[in-house]
Design a protein around this ligand. Structure first.
Ligand SMILES: [Zn+2]
Length: 126
């Protein structure tokens, strides 16, 4: 994956989400990340996307987010919600490290915390 590829993924993802939602949603930043705990993945910081949009278009959004050319296992896909609002701050595709996996695997429902909306959490075999 080159930087040009990353730019392309940002543009394609933004175009895909706009087409899906039918409004001018922006991805103002697309970041790859690696955390000290071992988690890695990417974050799309968005503007204009609302909680309602997620609820209505969840399956399609999930497909867009997990079929980019960024090659990461998409075990955990979630949206970061700005607490107390309907606004989505970011979409996150994360390959969980074992410790974070066990933290999230025990959580129940789509909203284990007020700032998180889970689109997908693939359970692992024990
Ligand atoms: Zn972790």
């Amino acid at each position: 994956m080159t930087l040009d590829d990353l730019l392309k993924v940002r543009a394609e993802l933004e175009a895909g989400i706009r087409q899906l939602i039918g409004r001018a949603i922006m991805i103002i930043e697309l970041d790859l990340f690696a955390l000290p705990c071992g988690c890695s993945g990417y974050t799309a910081t968005v503007r204009g996307l609302m909680l309602d949009d997620l609820e209505v278009f969840e399956d399609h959004l999930l497909k867009l987010l997990t079929t980019t050319s960024i090659d990461i296992p998409s075990g955990f896909v979630f949206a970061r919600v700005i607490p107390g609002t309907q606004e989505i701050a970011a979409l996150n595709v994360r390959n969980l490290c074992p410790r974070c996996y066990s933290d999230f695997a025990t959580a129940s429902g789509k909203r284990p915390r007020p700032d998180i909306y889970i689109l997908q959490l693939v359970k692992r075999k024990r």
